[in-house]
Design a protein around this ligand. Structure first.
Ligand SMILES: [Cu+2]
Length: 260
C-alpha cells in the first residue's frame, strides 16, 4: 500500500511538473558572485536557485530569487527537495527561506542533501504562495549534487538522526566550527535545538588532541557553533557525540585536512 501510494505521489508529481527553463537564464550582474543552478517559471512566477559554488552532499547555503510578473514576490516560498527516483521519494533537511529578501533581492535558505545525485536525481520543488491573489504555484528545479564526506545519517529508536559538518576553509590554530543537527521520521526532518554536543578533535597519526576547544552549542535552526583548535597541519579527526537528555542521538566523526 505504501509502495502504491509512493507511485501515485510520483505520478502526480510528474504530471504536475512546471516548465523548467531549458537553459538557465544568465544571472544578472549583481549576482555574478553566485552560481545559478537552475530556474523555472509558471503562472507569471519565476524562481532562480543560486548557491556559493557547486551543490554538495551535506550542508549548502542557497539563495532564491522569486518574482511575480518580474517584480519581487509578496508571499511565501517553501523548498521541498526530493531524491526522485520512483518509487523512492526521499527528502532532506531544509532551513526554509524567510519572506524578506536581502539587498540583492535574494531569499536565504539552506538545504542539507543527504547524499550525492546525478543531474536531475535531486529536484528542488519550490512552493510559492502569492499573497496578492492567494495562489499556490509549484515549480521544480532539477539539480546535480556532488559527493562529499560531510554528512552522516543513522537510525535511531524513533526514526533517524542526521549530523552534517558545515564546510569551510580551515587553518592551523583556532577555527569556528559549525554543524547541523536534524532528526526525523519516515520522510520528515526537524531541527534538533536542545542537544548537548561533545566535540573531540584528535590527530590519529600522532596520537594527540588539542587544548582550547569549545563544544558547539545551538545558534538557530539546528545549527550549532563552537571552536576547534587544530594545533598543527595534517590530518585531523573531529568526533561529535550529540545527546538529548540521556539519549544519544548520533555519534560520528569526520576527517579534515589542515593545510600548512
Ligand atoms: Cu600532530
Amino acid at each position: 500500500m505504501k509502495w502504491f501510494f509512493s507511485v501515485l505521489v510520483c505520478a502526480a508529481l510528474l504530471t504536475a511538473c512546471s516548465t523548467t527553463d531549458p537553459t538557465p537564464s544568465e544571472p544578472d550582474d549583481q549576482l555574478k558572485e553566485f552560481t545559478l543552478h537552475g530556474s523555472a517559471s509558471k503562472d507569471d512566477v519565476k524562481v532562480e536557485l543560486y548557491a556559493d559554488t557547486s551543490l554538495f552532499a551535506g550542508y549548502n547555503d542557497v539563495y532564491l530569487k522569486v518574482t511575480h510578473k518580474g517584480k519581487a514576490l509578496n508571499g511565501t516560498t517553501t523548498l521541498r527537495p526530493g531524491f526522485v527516483t520512483c518509487p523512492m521519494n526521499i527528502d532532506c533537511p531544509v532551513i526554509q527561506p524567510g519572506t524578506t529578501a536581502d539587498s540583492l533581492g535574494l531569499l536565504h535558505a539552506a538545504i542539507i542533501f543527504t547524499m550525492e545525485g546525478l543531474p536531475g536525481e535531486w529536484k528542488v520543488y519550490v512552493d510559492v504562495v502569492n499573497n496578492d491573489d492567494g495562489k499556490l504555484t509549484t515549480l521544480e528545479i532539477p539539480v546535480t549534487v556532488a559527493r562529499t564526506d560531510n554528512v552522516r545519517e543513522v537510525k535511531t529508536e524513533t526514526g533517524k538522526a542526521l549530523l552534517a559538518l558545515i564546510p569551510q576553509p580551515w587553518k592551523v590554530g583556532k577555527n569556528p566550527i559549525r554543524i547541523a543537527l536534524f532528526s526525523g521520521g519516515d520522510s520528515t526532518y526537524t531541527s534538533v535545538e536542545n542537544a548537548t554536543v561533545v566535540m573531540t578533535p584528535s590527530m590519529p597519526s600522532m596520537g594527540h588532541g588539542s587544548h582550547g576547544n569549545i563544544n558547539p552549542t545551538h545558534v538557530s535552526d539546528g545549527i550549532y557553533q563552537g571552536t576547534v583548535n587544530y594545533s598543527m597541519s595534517g590530518e585531523w579527526k573531529v568526533d561529535f557525540a550529540a545527546t538529548v537528555g540521556t539519549t544519544q542521538l548520533i555519534h560520528t566523526s569526520f576527517m579534515v585536512d589542515i593545510p600548512k
